[in-house]
Design a protein around this ligand. Structure first.
Ligand code: 4AD
Ligand code: MG
Length: 461
């Protein structure tokens, strides 16, 4: 007999034999009869299995406890109880694996997120993490679907990189040298010439620079890969290892870039609303009562577009007490971004034309000599969800800026070749995948929307 997934069985007609396999969420009942809630990960909903205890081996039935893995063959009937339309009257139960009730950590419901982080290897078995992981999958699928439909190519940019010019954050080194005995040069610094790659290599902070190489030949590309930042920021919105989606488009200016960022994020949210309704309904009930309303609001309304300079004026005029100072030339902090989005505009906001000194070398310089064509998309509860820009395509300006910022042009010869040969206006951005999942699920800590979070002093699993 063919095993079926609980999701399909729950949506099907009664009056037939079925075989399901999964993990016991709860077992209730009395001496004679058992009601087993079975979940197989295909949906947030459990299927109820009704077993006449006397018809089964007593020893085997003792092992059917919360957390155990079982298979059930039986007849699918209309349910007498409320909360489900169909249930299974068990004809055969196969016990695959027991879970000692004295030791299984998920015996009860309602564990704190902090507790579940310590058992990240088991938290997939909770309703909340099941819902988050299914939504995460759906969002990854929707990303590829969106770009494929638009004719973008998925470009796999390297994870190990020999360049550290992006300046997006501190980097992790990658080496096969003996850490206890690092070869040193005359200057006392580590000599990487005998290292695996013959040079100092790191884990990438972004696929953008390589993405630009692809875009200036293929037209429109996107990357979707892991990125690594060794910054010591212990916040609910930072990970040391996170996933980023970086589209890069030839012949796009900053306005085209904003249009894409807005269309893309609103598409993803609509996709979640249309395709993840059971999981979102659960999260709306259990995690965040405003979730669905917020998602619909963002999907249905245009984003506000304004400049960094205008935003700073708004912040300066507000009578808020800021933890971090506000002023033209200073970077905006999450508290400022959230004020703009949640209290002032009450919409997602795209800010552009940031001071050049707080942005990366590759952003296109405006004629005012002070600002660059960068853009950040700010979301409610999240703050910055996207960072991007139009790129500087003029060789001389780019070289000048690199020199000012102390970025060695000779190491970046391959990047500069795009400006040397057939340069063209182009733009792109990076969407932090976990920040998107935070927004879509209503979860409050980024550690709870990635299967195995990497944060300072935390890489157990
Ligand atoms: O603003 P960032 O640093 O931009 C870049 O890396 C550019 N190369 C992107 C591009 O233009 N192609 O990062 C982009 C996004 C942020 O807006 C944020 O959503 C996310 O990546 N992000 C993080 N997410 C989780 N943990 C961290 N430590 C993050 N740092 C950035
Ligand atoms: Mg940024």
């Amino acid at each position: 007999m063919q095993r079926e997934k609980v999701k399909q069985v729950l949506a099907s007609e009664s009056g037939r034999e079925v075989l399901v396999k999964g993990w016991v969420r709860t077992r209730r009942g009395n001496k004679n009869i058992s009601f087993i809630a079975l979940n197989d990960g295909s949906t947030i909903d459990n299927i109820q299995v009704v077993a006449d205890n006397g018809s089964f081996d007593a020893e085997m039935m003792k092992g059917v406890t919360t957390g155990s893995a079982i298979g059930v063959r039986g007849s699918l009937v209309e349910s007498q109880g409320k909360g489900q339309s169909v249930e299974i009257i068990a004809g055969e139960i196969i016990l695959y694996g027991t879970a000692d009730p004295e030791k299984y950590p998920l015996q009860k419901k309602g564990h704190s997120m902090e507790f579940l982080r310590d058992i990240a290897h088991l938290r997939f078995r909770t309703n909340t993490f099941g819902a988050v992981m299914r939504i995460r999958h759906a969002m990854a699928y929707a990303v590829h679907h969106y770009f494929n439909t638009k004719g973008y190519y998925h470009l796999h940019t390297p994870i190990i990189t020999g360049s550290d010019a992006e300046g997006a954050g501190e980097m992790f080194s990658v080496t096969t040298l003996d850490l206890a005995n690092m070869p040193k040069g005359k200057d006392g610094k580590v000599d990487f010439s005998s290292d695996f790659f013959g040079k100092h290599t790191k884990l990438t902070v972004s696929g953008q620079l390589e993405g630009e190489l692809g875009a200036l030949a293929l037209g429109e590309i996107y990357t979707f890969g892991p990125t690594f930042r060794a910054e010591n920021s212990n916040t609910p919105r930072h990970l040391a290892e996170f996933w980023m989606i970086e589209p890069e488009m030839a012949f796009y200016d900053i306005n085209d870039n904003m249009d894409l960022a807005e269309d893309f994020t609103r598409y993803l949210i609509r996709y979640a609303l249309d395709n993840c309704s059971a999981d979102l309904a659960f999260l709306n009930e259990m995690v965040d009562k405003d979730l669905l309303e917020r998602l619909r609001f963002v999907a249905d309304n245009d984003f506000i577009r304004t400049t960094y300079t205008a935003a700073v004026e708004i912040l300066e005029k507000s009578d808020r007490k800021w933890e971090f100072p506000v002023g033209w030339g200073r970077d905006l902090q999450a508290e400022h971004e959230r004020y703009l989005v949640e209290e002032h505009f009450k919409r997602p906001v795209i800010l552009t034309d940031y001071p050049r000194d707080i942005k990366a070398f590759y952003m296109k310089q405006n004629d005012d000599g002070k600002t660059v064509r960068g853009m950040d998309v700010l979301f409610p509860r999240i703050g910055e969800i996207i960072g991007g820009s139009q790129r500087e395509e003029v060789m001389e300006k780019l070289e000048e800026r690199m020199e000012e910022m102390g970025i060695p042009a000779e190491e970046m010869w391959w990047y500069l070749d795009t400006r040397r040969f057939g340069t063209a206006p182009h733009s792109g951005f990076g969407l932090g995948f976990e920040r998107l999942i935070l927004f879509v699920t209503g979860m409050s800590n980024i550690r709870d929307v990635i299967p195995f979070p990497r944060t300072p002093r935390n890489a157990e699993f």
